[in-house]
Design a protein around this ligand. Structure first.
Ligand code: FES
Length: 69
């Protein structure tokens, strides 16, 4: 799905940037150019960041399960 129409940035692009260490809108702006035109995409991108931060890291859950054995 296209999130930033001005710059052709998809939800997959944002998800990849978040996986690569982006933590906030400024990081996405710097790495992808998201929100640097009309800014209409910023609220959706913020929701994606919030959803990502609310999820437990898969690797941490795996490590806890592994250490419990
Ligand atoms: S839709 Fe992202 S800057 Fe316009």
């Amino acid at each position: 799905m296209l999130v930033c129409i001005c710059n052709g940035i998809s939800d997959r692009d944002i998800d990849e940037a978040l996986s690569n260490g982006a933590n906030n809108i400024s990081d996405l702006r710097n790495s992808l150019g998201l929100g640097n035109c009309c800014g209409q995409c910023a609220s959706f991108a913020k929701d994606m960041i919030g959803d990502r931060q609310a999820q437990p890291a898969k690797s941490s859950a795996f490590n806890l399960a592994y250490e419990a054995k």
